[in-house]
Design a binder for this molecule. Structure first.
Ligand code: NDP
Length: 296
């Protein structure tokens, strides 16, 4: 069998950002509206700082306003909630994102609950989870939304396909399953207690792995010709033993890519597959939020 086609998330995300930039320009020229995204970063976590910087850069690149807020790691929760309240009330802010994880003394659930669901561009509030489950318009978590776009781009209609999502987090697995259901797939959600995980995966025309375990999904877990979406981001030691001894790492997904590409019909690489879609979908959510808040 031929090797799987590679789903190029980097190229797709670039096209999506181009489309968003055009729509932002049109909003500005026709309605005098420039969507604004507020990003709140608490503390100095190096990975979060890099991630926030690229969100802010890409926000500006598509012509939106980026509103950054940096708070010290020991900020009292009341102060953070107060900031979110002010961003909720600010008409120039269409989307609000608090970068997680936050330091341990802060409760993620309380922070998310404070965000106005109509500005919740991460799609994390209970209201948006409920809207998604009830097929109502809302804001959908960015990564699953990006996975759905990649699948629809590769396969066209997903109607009637058997989909298996491995992972049941609120951020990824559950919304992914809801989106696939909405696209008329027959959906199974698997998790750490699933019996015969390999056998369940082997049924899938569409297999989404969102686990966080390096190369857990093996080649013989995949149905020949299936579309495989690998959400995992895992750091493992470098292949080069000298570099590995120096502590150098590389990033792999939840799928054994080399084995899987011999069996699958389509597959996302890590990096360069799902990852780049997340920020592009965040920008798209900000655009959707800005339009809705202005009755457009
Ligand atoms: P969570 O840790 O919240 O959830 C992991 C899920 O995997 C859980 O539902 C867990 O099951 C399940 N799981 C764990 N071990 C097994 C196992 N041995 N067999 C079957 N299922 C298992 O992770 P997230 O959903 O937040 O993220 C998943 C991965 O996706 C991570 O690698 C993360 O880094 C990556 N990610 C990438 C993004 C991007 O590309 N931008 C964005 C978001 C996430 P149980 O519920 O039973 O414990």
């Amino acid at each position: 069998m031929a090797e799987a086609k590679i789903i190029d998330g980097k190229a797709f995300a670039e096209r999506l950002r181009g489309k968003i930039a055009e729509e932002v320009a049109e909003l500005k020229s026709k309605h005098g509206l420039q969507p604004g995204l507020a990003v709140v970063l608490v503390g100095e976590d190096p990975a979060s700082k890099i991630y926030v910087r690229s969100k802010e850069e890409q926000t500006e690149q598509v012509g939106m306003r980026s509103i950054g807020h940096r708070l010290p790691a020991d900020v009292p929760e009341a102060e953070l909630l107060d900031l979110v309240g002010r961003l909720n009330a600010d008409r120039g802010v269409n989307g609000i994102l608090v970068q997680f994880p936050v330091p341990e003394h802060l409760q993620q659930a309380a922070i998310v609950a404070k965000i106005d669901p109509d500005k919740d561009v991460d799609g994390l509030t209970v209201t948006n989870a409920g809207r998604l489950a009830s097929s109502l318009p809302g804001l959908v978590p960015c990564t699953p939304s990006g996975c759905l776009m990649l699948l629809q781009d590769a396969l066209g209609s997903l109607r009637g396909k058997t989909a298996v999502v491995v992972g049941r987090s609120n951020l990824m697995g559950k919304p992914m399953a809801q989106l696939l259901l909405g696209a008329d797939c027959t959906v199974t959600i698997a998790h750490s207690r699933t019996a015969d995980l390999a056998g369940v995966c082997r049924q899938a025309d569409i297999l989404v792995a969102a686990v966080g375990r390096a190369e857990m999904v093996k080649g013989d877990w995949i149905k020949p010709g299936a579309a495989v979406i690998d959400v995992g981001i895992n750091r493992v030691p470098s292949r080069d033993p000298v570099k590995a001894a120096e502590g150098k790492t590389r990033v792999v997904g939840d799928v054994d890519f080399e084995a899987a590409r011999q069996v699958a019909g389509w597959i996302t690489p890590v990096p360069g597959g799902v990852g780049p879609m997340t920020i592009a979908c965040l920008l798209q959510n900000t655009l959707i939020a800005a339009r809705r808040q202005n009755g457009l």
